[in-house]
Design a protein around this ligand. Sequence first.
Ligand SMILES: NC(=O)c1ccc[n+]([C@@H]2O[C@H](COP(=O)([O-])OP(=O)(O)OC[C@H]3O[C@@H](n4cnc5c(N)ncnc54)[C@H](OP(=O)(O)O)[C@@H]3O)[C@@H](O)[C@H]2O)c1
Length: 221
Amino acid sequence: MRALACDGYEVMLVGRDAERLERVQRSLGGAGHECVRCDLTRPAEREELVRRAGKVDAVVHAAGVHSFTIPGRTDRQFERIFATNVEAPIALTSDLLASGSLVDGSVIVFLSSAAAVIGSRMTSVYSASKSAVLGYARGLAADLAPRRIRVLSVLPGLVETPMGTRILDQTGDAGSGLRQQHPLGIGRPEDIAGVIAFLCSPRAKWMTGTEIAVDGGYSLR
Ligand SMILES: NC(=O)c1ccc[n+]([C@@H]2O[C@H](COP(=O)([O-])OP(=O)(O)OC[C@H]3O[C@@H](n4cnc5c(N)ncnc54)[C@H](OP(=O)(O)O)[C@@H]3O)[C@@H](O)[C@H]2O)c1
């Protein structure tokens, strides 16, 4: 969000933790930013978000959850992971299109994951959710190209965020293996943000329906 604010966007920050949103908002450069407390899995809250959003030039679907799953007991996590990682971004996109919020020439970016295309242990359900988003983004790109609305996906490797840190903590000794699988080291949020800002910019105006790996070389293996 910081990268987009630097590029002159008026940013609407969305999440469930109002205090954290306000803290981030205060740290942004530029003006006209706003926070909206919204659980994206709740239709009524999404509706209110779309109402407040008005006209939109770029949407970055970054909200997501990760859980490790044990084959044979995946049902416990399936609903929560798919509700947040798949249903919510698809429903929000649909709501934004139905309301006429997304202007011609706008950009939609989905945060998928390297896990969408690389299998690793206890990650099957999360991987499936991130692959689902890729399929949706490709189809949507074809649907929206006549309006020059571009749809793109980013596939991050492991990034130092609360989610990334939790993954490293939970993997224990295997965590050091995970670090080594990233030849350029673990990513920083700004490594992803810079690429998202590029995708939203006119420099990427001939890109749509594709995905870009930003993973410090994780997909080299
Ligand atoms: N970190 C990584 O290593 C990594 C790697 C590959 C892909 N990704 C993907 O990148 C995206 C961002 O991940 P992150 O690392 O920033 O994760 P994070 O540190 O866990 O943050 C997740 C974000 O999603 C929001 N969120 C979750 N559920 C929500 C809901 N129901 N409604 C509204 N907001 C919700 C959270 O806000 P609130 O808590 O305020 O609701 C938080 O801002 C995710 O889609 C993730 O799957 C991350």
